[in-house]
Design a protein around this ligand. Structure first.
Ligand code: SF4
Length: 341
């Protein structure tokens, strides 16, 4: 799947001669890579620009309805302090976690600051606020590398039910406007990728969604993703019946699925023994470091970048113990309900 996505993107940009706009500082990237291998610094860091959302998607993996953690928005000063701590070794920043990143007015200032240190940046967004809160030019000038936008349906009604609070026409229009502006200015970055969550509702329309995204909107690639039920949330589990979720959302015909439903239970199809979060870190909006993207309530947190250097927290006895003994082997209480494959 990734190979096909990368091939499509490269082919398009070779044809349009936009590949020439990439400038890579190979020396810095190599130095960072060596630091990462030798000093065991994190390969990728997820940053939470905002811990709230403008939509109420029924299957959100960070369900705000049941969240007990205080919600808020990352201050630019917190981000700057953290960036200063990690700029010499950080490789990849993903701006996203328990909220819609575009709600933070400093989002593209953050991206631009990261790109000055050769940090590869990604944003995952519901794409409903591209025009309202941002100027398209600001996105293009930020040197953002990848923008992942949600396009799960071609049926406006199903779209607005799955992305509750979003309007199909308006969302598509905004993504298209950004794609058009990018083409007009012959930019390679950001790569705009449509993310499609495959469910029983759309499994027969995947080709149509692909055509809409690639040919009508003009994104660089389409990424089909397995549906995930937020069963790690106690509140969600208490309010939802698994058999109803299966009946409504679990694909029947598509091979693109995360679980099998056996004897009333959901079983992960590809369950690995180890978890990749031992190599990654998460900065919550208030500056605390979190264990992983399933811990939306911040049960397992370590230090605060407002008060300590990032590396002092990363290398602290407590955080190392969690990473090397618990997270690595999926031994947190949370891991039992986690659906990472
Ligand atoms: S396996 Fe555990 S540590 Fe890894 S993502 Fe899932 S809940 Fe987090």
């Amino acid at each position: 799947m990734y190979r096909k996505l990368i091939k499509t993107v490269i082919k398009y940009h070779v044809q349009n001669k936009t590949l020439v706009s990439i400038k890579l500082d190979v020396k810095t990237i190599l130095r960072k890579f060596i630091t990462c291998m030798v000093a065991k610094t994190p390969i990728s860091i997820m940053i939470e620009p905002a811990c709230f959302c403008n939509l109420k998607c029924p299957l959100c993996t960070t369900p705000h309805k049941y969240m007990t953690r205080k919600q808020g928005m990352m201050e630019y000063e917190t981000y700057r302090k953290f960036l200063n701590d990690v700029k010499d070794f950080a490789f990849i920043f993903t701006f996203n976690f328990a909220g819609e990143p575009f709600l933070n007015p400093n989002l593209f200032k953050m991206v631009k600051a990261a790109s000055e240190y050769n940090i590869f940046t990604l944003i995952l967004t519901n794409a409903t606020l591209i025009e309202e809160n941002r100027r398209i030019q600001e996105i293009l000038d930020s040197q953002l590398n990848v923008l992942v936008v949600d396009i799960d349906h071609i049926d406006p009604l199903l779209f607005s039910q799955f992305r509750k609070g979003a309007n199909f026409e308006s969302t598509i229009k905004q993504i298209k406007k950004l794609c058009d502006a990018k083409k007009e200015q012959k930019r390679f970055f950001p790569l705009i990728v449509a993310e499609v969550i495959v469910s029983r509702e759309n499994e027969d329309q995947l080709q149509d969604i692909y055509d809409l995204a690639m040919n009508k909107i003009g994104v660089d690639g389409v990424w089909f993703k397995n549906i995930c039920f937020p069963l790690h949330s106690k509140g969600f589990r208490e309010e939802h019946d698994v058999s109803e979720l299966v009946e409504k959302y679990l694909p029947k015909r598509s091979k693109k699925k995360r679980y099998n439903y056996v004897n009333g239970n959901l079983e992960l199809i590809n369950r690995s023994v180890k978890c990749g979060w031992r190599y990654k870190s998460l900065v919550l909006w208030d500056g605390r470091l979190g264990a992983c993207c399933y811990d939306y309530d911040g049960v397992y947190t370590f230090g605060n970048v407002n008060e300590q250097h990032f590396l002092d927290i990363w290398n602290s006895k407590n955080y190392r113990y969690y990473r090397e003994k618990l997270i690595k082997f999926k031994k947190l209480e949370l891991c039992e309900k986690c659906s990472t494959e």
